[in-house]
Design a protein around this ligand. Structure first.
Ligand SMILES: [Zn+2]
Length: 156
């Protein structure tokens, strides 16, 4: 495993450890923890898109590469549909989202990290302020989470 992680410039975190990080943040900041996680996730999503753009990928290629990357990271299997790049809107689903596999305390369900990560990525990709809403989370039923995204404000 170490070889693979070294090659990809990363390190390993167990689901359990990720849950523990979230729990610790919640103990310290209560509902403020969600805002902190959202800010971190959004920034990371932006960064990944910037990296793809540096390689000269088009928007379609970036989305393709994103699906491939997140699947490789074991974050879940992404599927996009109805993308309108002009309007900065569309849908995607995620099968086996990482957050549905993390045991969370309290009633903090839903894929907050992933939603915000994707909002950061898509905002960067479309050069618009894009928000992501999770319409259905596998934490409640099924294995697939469903998301919608759209541009907010005037795009600034
Ligand atoms: Zn979910």
């Amino acid at each position: 495993m170490r070889g693979v992680l070294e090659q990809n410039g990363g390190f390993f975190i167990e689901f359990e450890m990720l849950a523990e990080m979230e729990n610790a943040l919640q103990q310290l900041f209560a509902s403020g923890a969600i805002v902190i996680i959202a800010a971190m996730a959004k920034s990371c999503g932006k960064k990944l898109c910037q990296k793809f753009r540096k390689y000269g990928f088009s928007a379609e290629e970036s989305i393709e590469k994103l699906c491939e990357t997140l699947d490789g990271w074991n974050w879940g299997e992404l599927n996009f549909s109805n993308i309108d790049a002009e309007l900065g809107m569309g849908k995607f689903s995620v099968r086996n989202s990482l957050e549905t596999r993390v045991r969370k305390v309290g009633n903090n369900f839903g894929c907050h990290f992933l939603s915000n990560f994707m909002a950061g990525f898509l905002s960067e990709l479309f050069s618009k302020n894009v928000t992501v809403k999770e319409r259905r989370c596998a934490s409640w039923e099924g294995r697939t989470c469903e998301f919608e995204f759209q541009m907010v404000g005037n795009g600034e």
